[in-house]
Design a protein around this ligand. Structure first.
Ligand SMILES: *Cc1c(COP(=O)(O)O)cnc(C)c1O
Length: 375
């Protein structure tokens, strides 16, 4: 025991798909068996039933299963029928998919800065919409699992159509009102790391508007409204029966408990890291009942060194997001508008996300707190 390299501490992971598998495997196998036996693999009763149950769980009237969160945003935007080149206001600090979907829908992203929470600054968005009339839509992101302030978002939705990107915020609420209640539609993702993560890719459009849901169903299936009648140039973006079956009976029924555990861990972090010198905790938006997809901190000092120190202590960490969407090489040759974005720049340079997932043990959470306090 005394020889050789010291034992490294067991890793505290950002995501733990093997622990999840232990919990869900029996139900996943049952879902696979059910779908296989049904003999129906695309757009059948699993998708239909999952959509109904997701619509119910999210508090919105309709859900349309698609192939990814990226597609959910593009498809929902396309139902607006905006002219090519129309301008869409959005946030620079998000997964690149938010911007990519806007561009793929033939629209031009216009950025405003975020506020100290890391979410799009709704005050700046309102001011911009008041000062110019060429903004055709707004795509805010409920980042980190926090809900943007629903009252302020409603004021904006009275001026332009709002598509809510809730890829990170399924089940989040603002003052008791579910995310997705303000916009004409809401996009979510079942990418495996998301709070409702499938065993592969998937996504959904959620909406209270039956006509929007109908438009999304046409677009996800080659734009066909009736068999072999293609009204529009759609996509192949169908959620598989297999994924829908697994989501419906193995994963969605556990989402509420998993969300409760994320909230519990966030509470322990917020308490345990108060007064820590090495990191600051960004504020949560007013009224947000967050679902804590991520647990962001702002490193005071050298972020790379902080990551290295945490790694040496066996704690995984990650950056969300190191490069702002308007600074991505893919945007170099295409039109977009970005003013100075000092707050987003600062977060891109200093944000560090700590592990937060439902399978963390209390001992692991305590280890993360001790490690961060040592920075
Ligand atoms: C994950 C994510 C997406 C894209 O979802 P995919 O299913 O990976 O395409 C879009 N927006 C945000 C904010 C995300 O976190």
């Amino acid at each position: 025991m005394a020889y050789g390299r010291p034992m490294s501490p067991p890793l505290v992971r950002l995501n733990d798909f093997t622990s999840q598998w232990e919990v869900v495997s029996a139900d996943v196998h049952a879902a696979v068996e059910r779908v296989g036996r049904s003999g129906w693999l695309i757009l059948g009763s699993e998708v239909k039933t999952f959509e109904a149950e997701l619509a119910q769980a999210s508090g919105l009237g309709h859900a349309v299963g698609v192939a990814s969160g990226l597609d959910a945003i593009e498809i929902a935007l396309r139902t607006l029928g905006l002219p090519p080149g129309a301008k869409v206001l959005t946030t620079p600090l998000t997964a690149f998919a938010t911007t990519l979907a806007i561009v793929r829908a033939g629209l031009v992203p216009v950025y405003v800065d975020v506020d100290a929470s890391g979410l799009v600054d709704l005050g700046q968005a309102e001011a911009l919409l008041a000062s110019r009339s060429d903004i055709a839509a707004f795509v805010p992101v409920h980042l980190y699992g926090h809900a943007l302030d629903g009252e302020r978002l409603s004021r904006i939705a009275a001026k332009v159509p709002v598509l809510e990107d809730a890829a990170q915020a399924i089940l989040a609420k603002s003052r008791g009102v579910p995310v997705g209640s303000v916009g004409f539609a809401t996009a979510t993702s079942f990418y495996p790391t998301k709070n409702l993560g499938a065993l592969g890719d998937g996504g959904a459009v959620l909406t209270r508007d039956a006509a929007v849901a109908d438009g999304c169903r046409v677009l996800r299936d080659y734009g066909q409204r009736a068999k072999y009648v293609h009204d529009e140039l759609g996509l192949n973006s169908r959620l598989d029966e297999l994924h829908a079956g697994i989501l419906r009976t193995a994963l969605l029924p556990r989402l509420a408990a998993w969300t409760a555990r994320r909230r519990e861990i966030a509470g322990v972090y917020l308490e345990g890291l108060r007064g820590a010198k090495g990191v600051k905790l960004p504020p949560v938006p007013d009224g947000s009942e967050s679902v804590w997809h991520l647990f962001p901190t702002v490193v005071q000092g050298d972020r790379a060194a902080a990551m290295k120190k945490l790694a040496d202590l066996g704690i995984q960490s990650a950056v969300h997001y190191p490069r702002l969407a308007p600074h991505q090489p893919a945007l170099a040759q295409i039109p977009y508008e970005a003013p100075a974005l000092p707050v987003a720049d600062e977060l891109a340079a200093q944000e560090l996300s700590l592990p937060i997932h439902p399978f963390l043990t209390d001992a692991e959470v305590a280890r993360v707190i001790d490690a961060v306090k040592s920075l």
